[in-house]
Design a protein around this ligand. Structure first.
Ligand SMILES: NC(=O)C1=CN([C@@H]2O[C@H](COP(=O)(O)OP(=O)(O)OC[C@H]3O[C@@H](n4cnc5c(N)ncnc54)[C@H](OP(=O)(O)O)[C@@H]3O)[C@@H](O)[C@H]2O)C=CC1
Length: 256
């Protein structure tokens, strides 16, 4: 039995992805977030809702922890574990801290799922990449087996750039809207442009420099835009943002 504590955005996405297709694993959900939990329970025959978090822990061989990092200590300190498996998706909470939160559990794996797991198209770094986490996340797409926890946290830092991608698109559509194109039309246009770009990445070995050149006619407007972004410091800002995220993750690990 897989028990999921914290059925918010990523917890629900994982449950949905695992529950699609044949041989779906039996899943028990924590009762909080009643609306989402009831929807998952009604949609998937392999899903049930536990009476409490402790009942979930008692009945589960594998516990998947999907609460916000700031809530972890409060949630876990109420619970008594036995020697079962624990998978944590909590960004920036290291194995050492998880051991302290869930004694006597020894088998602890960290995972970095992305929302695409709901459609079983995820790519999930695992540390350490042991069973049963490997099988669970392989069912949700692909797994990256990471051998070192610091490297694992680098992957975690990179996921912090996702929301900014939408802000970038927002900025472009706002510029169009400020210059006479209806806001909705501008958003549809930018969404279609980037959806096409994203789908062109599938099924090929990505080389981003090469792709940039494919899209930038020499002397053309894409080349000009890249040049101005560089001159204005945009690419250095990406490095600065990632460095700050990395520092925040490290501070979280050190209890800061
Ligand atoms: N969202 C994402 O794409 C990704 C998230 N993560 C990690 O996943 C974790 C969850 O993120 P996300 O899903 O976005 O956050 P959400 O806030 O959407 O989900 C967290 C859920 O935990 C619930 N919760 C809080 N306290 C308890 C409790 N005592 N018992 C059971 N459930 C509880 C919350 O309920 P309530 O709202 O009522 O407090 C909420 O539904 C984070 O640690 C994050 O780092 C990792 C990879 C990707």
């Amino acid at each position: 039995m897989l028990g999921v504590i914290g059925v918010g955005a990523i917890g629900a996405a994982i449950v949905a992805g695992l529950s699609e297709g044949c041989d779906a694993p039996a899943i028990l959900l924590s009762p909080r977030n009643a609306k989402t939990v009831a929807e998952l329970d009604a949609t998937y025959p392999n899903v049930r809702v536990a009476d409490s978090n402790q009942a979930l822990v008692d009945q589960s061989d594998v516990v998947l922890l999907c609460v916000r990092p700031v809530d972890a200590r409060r949630v876990m300190s109420d619970l008594t574990f036995r020697d079962q498996s624990l998978i944590s998706v909590l960004a920036g909470v290291p194995i050492k801290a998880l051991r302290e939160l869930a004694p006597p559990v020894r088998d602890i794996v960290r995972a970095i799922p992305l929302p695409a797991v709901s459609a079983r198209r995820g790519i999930t770094p695992l540390y350490p990449a042991t069973e049963p986490a490997r099988s669970l996340f392989n069912r949700l797409g692909r797994v990256i087996e990471v051998a070192d926890e610091t490297v694992f946290d680098r992957y975690s830092a990179a996921t912090a750039t996702l929301a900014a991608h939408f802000l970038y698109m927002h900025q472009i559509s706002n510029w169009l809207a400020a210059h006479g194109i209806a806001h909705t039309q501008a958003q549809h246009y930018v969404a279609a442009m980037f959806a096409e770009l994203a789908s062109s990445l599938k099924g090929r070995d990505p080389d981003f420099q090469e792709l940039m050149h494919e899209h930038a006619t020499p002397g053309g407007i894409n080349e000009l835009f890249c040049q101005v972004m560089g001159e204005e410091g945009a690419w250095k800002t990406v490095d600065a943002g990632l460095d700050r995220v990395w520092q925040a993750l490290m501070d979280r690990q050190n209890g800061g």
